[in-house]
Design a protein. Structure first.
Length: 274
């Protein structure tokens, strides 16, 4: 199959679906789009996409169908009436969901003669198609080998195994790491703001260089046992965390922003005790 001529149908034109379609059009791909609520395809159609009036029409127009909808329930609801049209074909599901949902979707589709390649998008709409963007895929290796060059323009394809749940697994785990960092950054700027510091200067001159310096240690030191290595001196860290919590209380930082600090403090105290 010629990658450039493989026809792609995209189900879902939310912020992410539109970004995917846009990157594929920019790369000269043949794109058909469908969205539950009409009216979101205008700009894409102006750039050469076709708009299907229904899911079945969209599936028929593509060699490859890509779903990028809100959640697993919306994928099921969208596909249920149209899945016979997909029989003998392939669905690439770039909708976020749980590991179990991805495995069950693969089983359900397999029973209907449809091959599933599960995906997890490691990008946000403005970074789709840019150098840093990558897409996790899991499912049969031969399927990945066929799909990867076709969907390459949306982000670097990265296969994480045969298990259809693994793309979701790594996606959810990576997001968990990101939300932890995000909570820390929100807490940090709130503390600076409450005590009269200049947030933008703090971000640029202190927070970003500090987080960049520590990132390899945070990722490299992450441990499944949740035990604190001896050289990390948990007693010293517990005292340091108490200092940050005191500084936050003095500044009137809302308590919910400090939840991750309290979890770390409990962990250090456990390590000291035991
Ligand atoms: N946007 C992001 O930053 C993240 C980055 C990482 C990956 N996620 C996941 O991508 C999926 C889609 O996200 P999105 O940003 O496009 O989300 P929305 O803009 O809210 O669009 C949702 C689309 O889903 C359609 N939809 C919702 N429910 C149904 C349904 N029952 N049947 C059919 N379609 C449905 C909705 O259609 P409409 O409301 O316009 O009619 C939108 O097309 C998502 O899994 C993220 O976790 C994005």
């Amino acid at each position: 199959m010629n990658t450039q001529h493989e026809r792609i149908s995209i189900l879902g034109l939310g912020a992410m679906g539109r970004a995917l379609a846009s990157a594929l059009l920019a790369a000269g791909r043949d794109v058909t789009v469908w969205n539950r609520t009409p009216g979101k395809a205008g700009e894409l159609v102006a750039r050469g996409a076709r708009e299907a009036s229904g899911v079945e029409e969209a599936i028929e127009a593509g060699d490859l169908t890509v779903a990028c909808l809100l959640n697993d329930a919306s994928v099921r609801e969208t596909l249920a009436p149209a899945v016979p049209k997909l029989a003998g074909g392939t669905l690439v599901n770039l909708t976020s969901g749980s590991v179990r949902q991805a495995r069950e979707l693969a089983g359900w589709l397999e029973g209907q003669g449809v091959r599933l390649l599960s995906g997890g998008i490691m990008a946000v709409p403005p970074t789709v198609g840019t150098e840093g963007a990558f897409i996790l895929y899991s499912g049969a290796r031969d399927l990945f080998d066929r799909v990867a060059p076709v969907l390459g323009p949306i982000g670097r394809p990265h296969w994480v195994g045969e298990d259809p749940g693994f793309a979701a697994l790594y996606d959810m785990a990576a997001l968990s790491g990101m939300y932890g960092m995000s909570a820390g950054a929100d807490h940090a700027v709130t503390l600076v703001h409450r005590e009269g510091g200049d947030v933008e200067t703090f971000k640029r001159e202190v927070l970003q260089p500090w987080m960049e310096q520590m990132l390899p240690f945070m990722v490299g030191g992450a441990d499944v046992t949740a035990l604190v290595p001896e050289e990390f001196n948990p007693a010293m860290q517990a005292t340091g965390l108490e200092n940050i919590l005191s500084a936050s209380e003095e500044a009137g930082v809302p308590g919910d922003l400090a939840g991750h600090l309290r979890s770390s403090l409990w962990r250090m105290r456990r390590a000291v005790a035991g």
